[in-house]
Design a protein around this ligand. Structure first.
Ligand SMILES: Cc1cc2nc3c(=O)[nH]c(=O)nc-3n(C[C@H](O)[C@H](O)[C@H](O)COP(=O)(O)OP(=O)(O)OC[C@H]3O[C@@H](n4cnc5c(N)ncnc54)[C@H](O)[C@@H]3O)c2cc1C
Ligand SMILES: NC(=O)c1ccc[n+]([C@@H]2O[C@H](COP(=O)([O-])OP(=O)(O)OC[C@H]3O[C@@H](n4cnc5c(N)ncnc54)[C@H](OP(=O)(O)O)[C@@H]3O)[C@@H](O)[C@H]2O)c1
Length: 257
Protein backbone atom coordinates (compact mmCIF):
# COMPACT_ATOMS: atom_id res chain seq x y z
CA UNK A 1 0.00 0.00 0.00
CA UNK A 2 1.29 3.44 -0.84
CA UNK A 3 -0.05 6.92 -0.49
CA UNK A 4 2.92 8.47 -2.35
CA UNK A 5 3.20 8.68 -6.09
CA UNK A 6 6.50 9.84 -7.53
CA UNK A 7 7.51 9.72 -11.18
CA UNK A 8 3.93 10.17 -12.42
CA UNK A 9 2.23 13.11 -14.06
CA UNK A 10 -1.46 14.01 -14.19
CA UNK A 11 -3.20 13.36 -17.49
CA UNK A 12 -6.74 13.09 -18.83
CA UNK A 13 -8.69 10.53 -20.81
CA UNK A 14 -9.53 11.95 -24.23
CA UNK A 15 -11.02 8.85 -25.90
CA UNK A 16 -12.62 5.59 -24.84
CA UNK A 17 -13.38 2.77 -27.24
CA UNK A 18 -15.21 -0.35 -26.07
CA UNK A 19 -14.33 -3.51 -28.04
CA UNK A 20 -16.13 -6.20 -26.04
CA UNK A 21 -17.88 -6.36 -22.69
CA UNK A 22 -14.51 -6.36 -20.90
CA UNK A 23 -11.95 -5.14 -23.40
CA UNK A 24 -11.46 -1.47 -24.28
CA UNK A 25 -8.94 1.13 -25.42
CA UNK A 26 -8.36 4.50 -23.83
CA UNK A 27 -6.41 7.41 -25.19
CA UNK A 28 -4.74 9.53 -22.53
CA UNK A 29 -3.16 12.95 -22.87
CA UNK A 30 -0.24 13.62 -20.53
CA UNK A 31 3.14 15.27 -20.69
CA UNK A 32 5.59 12.37 -20.35
CA UNK A 33 9.16 11.63 -21.45
CA UNK A 34 10.29 10.11 -24.74
CA UNK A 35 9.50 6.50 -25.56
CA UNK A 36 10.04 3.97 -28.31
CA UNK A 37 7.50 1.89 -30.21
CA UNK A 38 6.96 -1.39 -28.32
CA UNK A 39 7.52 0.11 -24.86
CA UNK A 40 5.16 0.57 -21.91
CA UNK A 41 4.51 3.03 -19.12
CA UNK A 42 2.52 2.83 -15.90
CA UNK A 43 -0.99 4.08 -15.25
CA UNK A 44 -2.12 4.89 -11.72
CA UNK A 45 -5.35 5.68 -9.87
CA UNK A 46 -6.22 5.89 -6.18
CA UNK A 47 -8.26 3.17 -4.54
CA UNK A 48 -11.10 3.73 -2.04
CA UNK A 49 -8.61 4.01 0.85
CA UNK A 50 -6.45 6.62 -0.84
CA UNK A 51 -3.70 4.18 -1.83
CA UNK A 52 -2.21 4.34 -5.31
CA UNK A 53 -2.70 1.41 -7.64
CA UNK A 54 -0.20 1.32 -10.51
CA UNK A 55 0.31 -1.17 -13.32
CA UNK A 56 2.22 -1.40 -16.59
CA UNK A 57 0.43 -0.80 -19.93
CA UNK A 58 1.94 -0.91 -23.42
CA UNK A 59 1.53 1.86 -25.97
CA UNK A 60 -0.60 0.89 -28.96
CA UNK A 61 0.48 3.99 -30.85
CA UNK A 62 3.90 4.83 -32.20
CA UNK A 63 5.48 7.85 -30.46
CA UNK A 64 5.76 9.35 -33.95
CA UNK A 65 2.03 9.27 -34.71
CA UNK A 66 0.27 12.36 -35.98
CA UNK A 67 -1.22 13.23 -32.55
CA UNK A 68 2.22 13.50 -30.95
CA UNK A 69 3.85 11.35 -28.26
CA UNK A 70 1.81 12.91 -25.43
CA UNK A 71 -1.41 11.32 -26.72
CA UNK A 72 -1.11 7.67 -25.80
CA UNK A 73 -3.39 4.79 -26.61
CA UNK A 74 -3.69 1.68 -24.42
CA UNK A 75 -5.60 -1.57 -25.03
CA UNK A 76 -6.83 -2.97 -21.72
CA UNK A 77 -8.79 -5.96 -20.43
CA UNK A 78 -10.98 -5.55 -17.39
CA UNK A 79 -9.72 -8.46 -15.28
CA UNK A 80 -12.51 -9.76 -13.01
CA UNK A 81 -11.47 -9.14 -9.38
CA UNK A 82 -8.49 -7.11 -10.60
CA UNK A 83 -7.45 -4.07 -8.57
CA UNK A 84 -6.74 -1.43 -11.20
CA UNK A 85 -8.18 -2.59 -14.53
CA UNK A 86 -11.87 -2.44 -13.41
CA UNK A 87 -11.25 1.19 -12.37
CA UNK A 88 -9.67 1.98 -15.74
CA UNK A 89 -12.73 0.41 -17.41
CA UNK A 90 -14.96 3.00 -15.74
CA UNK A 91 -12.99 6.05 -16.84
CA UNK A 92 -14.85 8.47 -19.08
CA UNK A 93 -13.63 11.25 -21.33
CA UNK A 94 -12.24 14.09 -19.23
CA UNK A 95 -11.43 11.91 -16.21
CA UNK A 96 -8.06 12.27 -14.51
CA UNK A 97 -5.43 9.54 -14.68
CA UNK A 98 -1.79 9.46 -13.62
CA UNK A 99 0.86 8.34 -16.12
CA UNK A 100 4.44 7.20 -15.47
CA UNK A 101 6.83 9.85 -16.79
CA UNK A 102 9.58 7.41 -17.80
CA UNK A 103 8.42 4.62 -20.14
CA UNK A 104 10.57 1.52 -20.47
CA UNK A 105 10.79 -1.89 -22.12
CA UNK A 106 13.07 -3.84 -24.42
CA UNK A 107 10.62 -5.08 -27.04
CA UNK A 108 11.81 -2.41 -29.45
CA UNK A 109 13.29 -2.20 -32.96
CA UNK A 110 16.79 -1.39 -31.72
CA UNK A 111 16.95 -4.69 -29.80
CA UNK A 112 16.45 -6.79 -32.95
CA UNK A 113 19.77 -8.05 -34.35
CA UNK A 114 20.75 -6.71 -37.77
CA UNK A 115 20.75 -9.56 -40.28
CA UNK A 116 17.06 -10.31 -39.53
CA UNK A 117 14.75 -9.95 -42.53
CA UNK A 118 11.62 -11.68 -41.22
CA UNK A 119 9.98 -10.38 -38.03
CA UNK A 120 7.45 -12.61 -36.27
CA UNK A 121 5.20 -10.92 -33.69
CA UNK A 122 3.33 -13.50 -31.58
CA UNK A 123 0.72 -12.15 -29.14
CA UNK A 124 -2.18 -13.18 -26.93
CA UNK A 125 -5.06 -10.90 -25.93
CA UNK A 126 -4.14 -7.29 -25.20
CA UNK A 127 -0.48 -7.91 -26.11
CA UNK A 128 -1.23 -7.15 -29.74
CA UNK A 129 -0.94 -3.50 -28.60
CA UNK A 130 2.85 -3.09 -28.58
CA UNK A 131 3.06 -4.92 -31.92
CA UNK A 132 0.67 -2.43 -33.51
CA UNK A 133 2.95 0.27 -32.13
CA UNK A 134 6.00 -1.37 -33.73
CA UNK A 135 4.19 -1.90 -37.03
CA UNK A 136 3.27 1.79 -37.21
CA UNK A 137 6.94 2.80 -37.34
CA UNK A 138 8.43 3.79 -40.69
CA UNK A 139 11.62 1.89 -39.85
CA UNK A 140 9.63 -1.35 -39.51
CA UNK A 141 8.09 -0.77 -42.95
CA UNK A 142 11.44 -0.42 -44.66
CA UNK A 143 13.77 -2.62 -42.63
CA UNK A 144 12.11 -6.05 -42.94
CA UNK A 145 11.28 -8.23 -45.93
CA UNK A 146 8.41 -10.11 -44.27
CA UNK A 147 6.39 -9.46 -41.13
CA UNK A 148 4.01 -11.86 -39.42
CA UNK A 149 1.48 -10.61 -36.86
CA UNK A 150 -0.13 -13.46 -34.91
CA UNK A 151 -2.99 -12.58 -32.55
CA UNK A 152 -4.29 -15.44 -30.40
CA UNK A 153 -7.50 -14.83 -28.47
CA UNK A 154 -10.30 -16.82 -26.91
CA UNK A 155 -13.14 -15.66 -29.16
CA UNK A 156 -13.54 -13.96 -32.52
CA UNK A 157 -14.94 -10.77 -31.00
CA UNK A 158 -11.56 -10.20 -29.28
CA UNK A 159 -9.85 -9.81 -32.66
CA UNK A 160 -9.60 -6.07 -32.11
CA UNK A 161 -8.21 -3.29 -34.34
CA UNK A 162 -9.35 -4.97 -37.58
CA UNK A 163 -9.58 -1.66 -39.44
CA UNK A 164 -6.10 -0.58 -38.36
CA UNK A 165 -4.66 -3.95 -39.37
CA UNK A 166 -6.26 -3.75 -42.82
CA UNK A 167 -4.77 -0.26 -43.25
CA UNK A 168 -1.35 -1.49 -42.10
CA UNK A 169 -1.50 -4.38 -44.56
CA UNK A 170 -2.13 -1.90 -47.35
CA UNK A 171 0.79 0.26 -46.18
CA UNK A 172 3.04 -2.81 -46.05
CA UNK A 173 2.11 -3.65 -49.62
CA UNK A 174 1.88 -7.43 -49.18
CA UNK A 175 4.79 -7.77 -46.71
CA UNK A 176 2.59 -8.00 -43.60
CA UNK A 177 0.88 -11.32 -42.92
CA UNK A 178 -1.85 -11.20 -40.26
CA UNK A 179 -2.83 -14.48 -38.62
CA UNK A 180 -5.72 -14.41 -36.15
CA UNK A 181 -6.19 -17.49 -33.94
CA UNK A 182 -9.12 -18.34 -31.67
CA UNK A 183 -9.01 -20.97 -28.94
CA UNK A 184 -12.56 -21.31 -27.64
CA UNK A 185 -14.64 -21.22 -30.80
CA UNK A 186 -14.56 -22.91 -34.19
CA UNK A 187 -14.83 -20.79 -37.35
CA UNK A 188 -14.31 -22.06 -40.88
CA UNK A 189 -12.13 -19.03 -41.76
CA UNK A 190 -9.98 -18.71 -38.60
CA UNK A 191 -7.26 -20.99 -37.30
CA UNK A 192 -8.27 -22.63 -34.03
CA UNK A 193 -5.96 -23.59 -31.17
CA UNK A 194 -2.95 -22.21 -29.30
CA UNK A 195 0.32 -20.77 -30.65
CA UNK A 196 2.80 -23.43 -29.36
CA UNK A 197 0.79 -26.41 -30.59
CA UNK A 198 0.13 -24.74 -33.93
CA UNK A 199 3.86 -24.10 -34.29
CA UNK A 200 4.69 -27.66 -33.35
CA UNK A 201 2.29 -29.36 -35.76
CA UNK A 202 3.20 -27.01 -38.65
CA UNK A 203 -0.28 -25.47 -39.03
CA UNK A 204 0.92 -21.97 -38.13
CA UNK A 205 3.74 -22.06 -40.71
CA UNK A 206 1.35 -23.50 -43.31
CA UNK A 207 -1.20 -20.76 -42.62
CA UNK A 208 1.25 -17.88 -43.06
CA UNK A 209 2.99 -19.56 -46.00
CA UNK A 210 6.39 -18.46 -44.72
CA UNK A 211 8.99 -20.68 -43.17
CA UNK A 212 11.14 -19.59 -40.24
CA UNK A 213 14.88 -20.20 -40.03
CA UNK A 214 17.83 -19.26 -37.83
CA UNK A 215 19.45 -17.04 -40.51
CA UNK A 216 16.68 -14.56 -41.21
CA UNK A 217 13.90 -14.90 -38.62
CA UNK A 218 13.39 -13.11 -35.29
CA UNK A 219 10.44 -13.63 -32.92
CA UNK A 220 8.93 -11.34 -30.31
CA UNK A 221 6.51 -13.13 -27.94
CA UNK A 222 4.18 -11.09 -25.76
CA UNK A 223 1.25 -11.59 -23.40
CA UNK A 224 0.11 -14.59 -21.37
CA UNK A 225 3.20 -15.97 -19.55
CA UNK A 226 2.04 -19.55 -20.12
CA UNK A 227 1.95 -18.93 -23.88
CA UNK A 228 5.37 -17.25 -23.69
CA UNK A 229 6.79 -20.18 -21.71
CA UNK A 230 5.37 -22.89 -23.98
CA UNK A 231 6.28 -21.05 -27.19
CA UNK A 232 9.81 -20.44 -25.93
CA UNK A 233 10.16 -24.19 -25.29
CA UNK A 234 8.83 -24.89 -28.76
CA UNK A 235 11.24 -22.46 -30.42
CA UNK A 236 14.17 -23.92 -28.47
CA UNK A 237 13.12 -27.41 -29.58
CA UNK A 238 13.04 -26.16 -33.18
CA UNK A 239 16.66 -24.94 -32.87
CA UNK A 240 16.10 -21.23 -32.20
CA UNK A 241 18.07 -19.45 -29.45
CA UNK A 242 16.99 -16.82 -26.92
CA UNK A 243 18.39 -13.42 -27.88
CA UNK A 244 20.75 -11.70 -25.47
CA UNK A 245 22.55 -8.42 -26.06
CA UNK A 246 25.88 -10.15 -25.52
CA UNK A 247 24.96 -13.16 -27.67
CA UNK A 248 22.69 -12.72 -30.66
CA UNK A 249 19.71 -15.07 -30.87
CA UNK A 250 16.32 -15.47 -32.48
CA UNK A 251 13.65 -14.56 -29.96
CA UNK A 252 12.81 -12.27 -27.03
CA UNK A 253 9.67 -11.93 -24.96
CA UNK A 254 7.63 -9.81 -22.57
CA UNK A 255 5.31 -11.36 -19.99
CA UNK A 256 2.19 -9.41 -19.03
CA UNK A 257 1.90 -11.00 -15.59
C1 LIG B 1 5.27 -4.92 -19.34
C2 LIG B 1 3.78 -5.08 -19.14
C3 LIG B 1 2.91 -4.50 -20.04
C4 LIG B 1 1.54 -4.67 -19.87
N1 LIG B 1 0.68 -4.14 -20.78
C5 LIG B 1 -0.67 -4.33 -20.65
C6 LIG B 1 -1.56 -3.81 -21.62
O1 LIG B 1 -1.17 -3.15 -22.58
N2 LIG B 1 -2.90 -4.08 -21.44
C7 LIG B 1 -3.37 -4.81 -20.37
O2 LIG B 1 -4.59 -5.01 -20.27
N3 LIG B 1 -2.52 -5.30 -19.44
C8 LIG B 1 -1.20 -5.06 -19.56
N4 LIG B 1 -0.35 -5.53 -18.59
C9 LIG B 1 -0.94 -6.12 -17.37
C10 LIG B 1 -1.31 -4.98 -16.39
O3 LIG B 1 -0.12 -4.40 -15.90
C11 LIG B 1 -2.12 -5.45 -15.19
O4 LIG B 1 -1.50 -6.58 -14.64
C12 LIG B 1 -3.56 -5.80 -15.54
O5 LIG B 1 -4.25 -4.65 -16.02
C13 LIG B 1 -4.31 -6.36 -14.32
O6 LIG B 1 -4.24 -5.44 -13.29
P1 LIG B 1 -5.30 -5.47 -12.09
O7 LIG B 1 -4.79 -4.61 -11.01
O8 LIG B 1 -6.68 -5.20 -12.60
O9 LIG B 1 -5.31 -6.98 -11.71
P2 LIG B 1 -4.43 -7.75 -10.63
O10 LIG B 1 -5.13 -7.72 -9.32
O11 LIG B 1 -3.05 -7.22 -10.71
O12 LIG B 1 -4.56 -9.25 -11.27
C14 LIG B 1 -3.57 -9.78 -12.11
C15 LIG B 1 -4.13 -11.00 -12.82
O13 LIG B 1 -4.90 -10.57 -13.94
C16 LIG B 1 -4.64 -11.38 -15.09
N5 LIG B 1 -4.13 -10.47 -16.14
C17 LIG B 1 -3.30 -9.41 -15.98
N6 LIG B 1 -3.08 -8.76 -17.14
C18 LIG B 1 -3.80 -9.41 -18.07
C19 LIG B 1 -3.99 -9.21 -19.45
N7 LIG B 1 -3.40 -8.18 -20.11
N8 LIG B 1 -4.78 -10.06 -20.13
C20 LIG B 1 -5.37 -11.09 -19.47
N9 LIG B 1 -5.25 -11.35 -18.15
C21 LIG B 1 -4.47 -10.51 -17.45
C22 LIG B 1 -3.62 -12.42 -14.66
O14 LIG B 1 -4.31 -13.61 -14.34
C23 LIG B 1 -2.99 -11.82 -13.45
O15 LIG B 1 -2.54 -12.76 -12.52
C24 LIG B 1 1.04 -5.38 -18.75
C25 LIG B 1 1.93 -5.92 -17.83
C26 LIG B 1 3.28 -5.78 -18.02
C27 LIG B 1 4.22 -6.39 -17.02
N1 LIG C 1 -11.58 -13.48 -23.06
C1 LIG C 1 -12.82 -13.50 -22.56
O1 LIG C 1 -13.82 -13.79 -23.21
C2 LIG C 1 -13.01 -13.17 -21.12
C3 LIG C 1 -14.30 -13.06 -20.61
C4 LIG C 1 -14.44 -12.74 -19.27
C5 LIG C 1 -13.33 -12.53 -18.50
N2 LIG C 1 -12.08 -12.66 -19.03
C6 LIG C 1 -10.94 -12.47 -18.16
O2 LIG C 1 -9.89 -11.84 -18.85
C7 LIG C 1 -8.66 -12.49 -18.52
C8 LIG C 1 -8.14 -13.25 -19.71
O3 LIG C 1 -8.04 -12.42 -20.79
P1 LIG C 1 -7.66 -12.95 -22.24
O4 LIG C 1 -8.69 -13.88 -22.76
O5 LIG C 1 -7.30 -11.75 -23.06
O6 LIG C 1 -6.27 -13.67 -21.98
P2 LIG C 1 -5.77 -15.16 -21.87
O7 LIG C 1 -6.48 -15.95 -20.85
O8 LIG C 1 -4.32 -14.96 -21.73
O9 LIG C 1 -6.11 -15.82 -23.30
C9 LIG C 1 -5.57 -15.35 -24.52
C10 LIG C 1 -5.15 -16.54 -25.37
O10 LIG C 1 -4.00 -17.15 -24.79
C11 LIG C 1 -4.19 -18.55 -24.83
N3 LIG C 1 -3.36 -19.28 -23.89
C12 LIG C 1 -3.55 -19.48 -22.57
N4 LIG C 1 -2.56 -20.28 -22.08
C13 LIG C 1 -1.77 -20.60 -23.11
C14 LIG C 1 -0.60 -21.40 -23.25
N5 LIG C 1 -0.06 -22.07 -22.21
N6 LIG C 1 -0.04 -21.51 -24.46
C15 LIG C 1 -0.59 -20.89 -25.51
N7 LIG C 1 -1.69 -20.13 -25.46
C16 LIG C 1 -2.27 -19.98 -24.27
C17 LIG C 1 -5.66 -18.72 -24.57
O11 LIG C 1 -6.06 -20.02 -24.95
P3 LIG C 1 -7.18 -20.85 -24.10
O12 LIG C 1 -8.50 -20.23 -24.44
O13 LIG C 1 -7.01 -22.23 -24.62
O14 LIG C 1 -6.84 -20.71 -22.65
C18 LIG C 1 -6.24 -17.62 -25.45
O15 LIG C 1 -6.35 -18.05 -26.77
C19 LIG C 1 -8.95 -13.41 -17.40
O16 LIG C 1 -8.80 -12.72 -16.19
C20 LIG C 1 -10.39 -13.78 -17.65
O17 LIG C 1 -11.04 -14.23 -16.49
C21 LIG C 1 -11.91 -12.97 -20.33
Amino acid sequence: MTTNLTGFTKGAVVRHQQWTENEFSITVKADIGDYLAGQFTKLALKDENGNWLRRAYSFVNSPNHHLGKNQMEFLIIDVPDGDLSPKLAHLAIGDEIYVGEKPSGFMTLNEIPDPVSDLWLLSTGTAIGPFLSLLAENETKTRFKNLVLVHAVRTRQELVYQERIVNLQAEYNGKLIYLPIVSREKHHDILSGRIPELLQDGRLIAAVKLSANTESSFFYLCGNPAMVHDTRDMLLALGFKKHLRRSSGHFSFENYW
